[in-house]
Write a protein that binds this ligand. Structure first.
Ligand SMILES: Cc1ncc(C[n+]2csc(CCOP(=O)(O)OP(=O)(O)O)c2C)c(N)n1
Ligand SMILES: [Mg+2]
Length: 332
């Protein structure tokens, strides 16, 4: 794949580049494995894969600091892995096992980690947007300098609650980055059939929230935009919008008939814009890694992903009395 203009002279160390490569590849291989386990009947219910969109979370995590928060929709496995949650716990949750992050009771769309400041995993489209502003409100109240990354899709961007949230976030100058993961489809509906303008990064104009468009297939472009947004929030200037243009290679969920786009459209993206191939080319062309080095990384990641699948399969299903636990928070 040809090198892209945006990163012709990248401001990145070989170590950072290798880390982004590794982190994106972990998500890709993990998701492929999840797809396989789903096909084998080991994962029930909904399962929305993130394949193709890896540069978005890896780029933004590179802009985050310890203590920053993240919250997203149901297409959430990539976000969990990128913020350092354990692949074993994620895979075990996908398969509904006791060793999962929600003890096997949440599944793909409902996992959380206080330790990693990951606040879900939300199945209702747009629901995480006001929650993300609430997390940022708490941080603003405490004055702790933390930022919340609130991710949602192009489809969710047409929801009314998003604009109520924009208003409050701007009014109270909340340290929240609204990340619109524009993968160009909302289930089977192409953006041009649902959305009045081709770009949505300016939707904050009416509220005085700055926004910008980012190439979501380029991890460095995402990281740089993330750093700018984070600096804006930490300086107390209020919310920021990043519309990150990306693409999902797989269906909306595992039960997607995929009749709304051509195979050619998907393969063109895969061949010409793949975010992992892009970094791979940069590593090789820059002389920072050899084919053997990259093979070794791939091998180690496959082993890690296989270990997560083995852990998931060996972990028991939750005991029946777990039905009554973790329903209400303990007070006091
Ligand atoms: C309130 C609500 N309406 C409808 C749905 C069904 N639904 C699930 S995902 C989805 C599309 C959302 O698309 P987008 O926001 O672009 O996110 P993507 O799946 O592309 O990541 C819809 C309509 C839902 N879960 N919640
Ligand atoms: Mg979408």
């Amino acid at each position: 794949m040809a090198a892209r203009k945006t990163t012709a002279k990248p401001n990145v160390s070989p170590e950072e580049l290798t880390k982004y490569y590794r982190d994106m590849l972990l998500i890709r291989r993990f998701e492929e494995k999840a797809g396989q386990l789903y096909g084998m009947g080991l994962i029930g219910g909904f399962c929305h894969l993130y394949i193709g969109q890896e540069a978005v979370v890896v780029g933004l995590e590179a802009a985050a600091e310890e203590g920053d928060k993240r919250i997203t929709s149901y297409r959430d496995h990539g976000h969990m892995l990128a913020c350092g949650m354990d692949p074993k716990g994620v895979m075990a949750e996908l398969t509904g096992r006791e060793g999962g992050y929600s003890k096997g009771k949440g599944g793909s769309m409902h996992m959380f980690s206080r330790e990693k400041h990951f606040y879900g995993g939300h199945g209702i489209v747009g629901a995480q947007v006001p929650l993300g502003a609430g997390l940022a409100f708490a941080d603003r109240y405490k004055g702790n300098g933390r930022v919340t990354f609130t991710y949602f899709g192009d489809g969710a961007a047409n929801q009314g609650q998003v604009y109520e949230t924009f208003n409050m976030a701007a009014l109270w100058q909340l340290p929240v980055i609204f990340v619109i993961e524009n993968n160009q489809y909302a289930m089977g509906t192409a953006m041009k059939r649902s959305t009045s303008t081709p770009d949505i990064y300016h939707r904050g104009n009416a509220f005085g929230i700055p926004g910008e468009m980012v190439d979501g297939m380029d991890v460095l472009a995402v990281r740089d935009a993330g750093l700018k947004a984070v600096a804006h929030c930490r300086a107390g200037k209020g919310p920021y919008i990043l519309e990150v243009k990306t693409y999902r290679y797989r269906g909306h969920s595992m039960s997607d008939p995929a009749k709304y786009r051509t195979r050619e459209e998907v393969s063109k993206m895969r061949e010409e814009r793949d975010p992992i191939d892009h970094v791979r080319d940069m590593l090789l062309q820059g002389g920072h890694a050899s084919e053997e080095d990259l093979k070794a990384i791939d091998k180690a990641i496959k082993a890690e992903v296989n270990a997560s699948a083995d852990f998931a399969r060996e972990s028991p299903e939750p005991a029946l009395d777990e039905l009554w636990t973790d329903i209400y928070a303990e007070v006091g």
